[in-house]
Design a binder for this molecule. Structure first.
Ligand code: SAH
Length: 263
């Protein structure tokens, strides 16, 4: 997709390409405030040693990694499969005076180009859902972390078995978003981490605090329907609307925040 082509998220997100977190229905924080808040919840949990080395798996435009480096004094290597994002993220690090400590590289999380035990900690902020094989990514992350290193992540999950309607809504959302078609319960999630050599240290269900994002996507789509239809076609826009609407109604998929430790 060429630079500047509007997508659904263009009108919603800034350089944080992840959901916002609102503590209650009365919380009227702006989206940039709410997305930074989720980044900060990740920062609290990664427990980076000052001067340590951290890996950002699926770095987007680099805003979260720069915030992480500033808050902790650690060095951060961010990777994305998308080289245009990597260029933009490196430009951001340079602009923020962090180029010596934060750098971004084009790489595939399914096959990390780093030796074993390279990092003290890693995070995957709303990125695993874009990758085709979670277990493989977890094994890769566990390999490049030192023993005792922490992984912090957010991801979609299912809180309870879904009825037919909710299940259909979730499947549509994942398909339309080009996301991994699998979503897991927390038990399955913990088992995947264990299989990769990691122990789940903390799990927080933040579905209620993030559900507002589905509404924002749907409302933005409706407001920008004509512009988006001119670029992507009316049929795609109708599919997206159906998908977001389904999530709003079903209040699914759920959203988790989790920390794990390499055994
Ligand atoms: N963590 C960022 C971006 C989230 S969007 C933020 O919160 O702002 C998902 C990111 O995962 C994008 O940067 C996308 O390019 C990246 N991604 C998707 N599949 C990937 C893969 N196989 N390897 C590395 N990065 C990947």
């Amino acid at each position: 997709m060429s630079e500047g082509t509007p997508t659904v998220s263009t009108h919603v997100w800034d350089a944080n390409l992840h959901f916002g977190y609102w503590s209650s229905a009365e919380d009227d924080s702006s989206l940039p405030e709410a997305t930074d808040r989720l980044t900060d919840m990740m920062i609290q949990r990664i427990r980076a040693p000052r001067g340590g080395r951290l890996l950002d798996v699926g770095c987007g435009l680099g805003k979260p990694a720069c915030r992480l480096a500033r808050a902790t004094g650690a060095s951060v290597t961010g990777i994305s499969i998308d080289s245009a994002q990597v260029d933009e993220a490196n430009a951001r690090a340079a602009e923020e005076g962090l180029a010596g400590r934060v750098r971004f590289e084009q790489a595939d999380a399914m096959d990390l180009p780093y030796p074993d035990d390279s990092f003290d900690g890693a995070w995957a902020l709303e990125s695993i859902l874009h990758m085709p094989d979670r277990e493989r990514v977890f094994r890769q992350i566990a390999r490049v972390l030192r023993p005792g290193g922490r992984l912090v992540l957010t991801d979609l999950f299912v809180r309870a078995p879904l009825d037919e309607e909710s299940g259909g809504a979730v499947r549509t959302f994942l398909e339309v978003g080009g996301l991994n078609p699998a979503v897991h319960t927390i038990e399955e999630y913990v088992a995947m981490l264990r299989g990769a050599g990691m122990r789940c240290a903390e799990f927080v269900d933040i579905t209620s605090e993030t559900l507002r994002n589905y509404e924002m996507l749907r409302d933005s789509l409706r407001e920008n329907r004509e512009e988006l239809a001119a670029v992507h076609g009316a049929a795609s826009v109708a599919d997206w609307e159906r998908a977001f609407d389904g999530c709003v109604t079903a209040q699914e998929p759920g959203y988790l925040l989790l920390a794990a430790v390499v055994a």
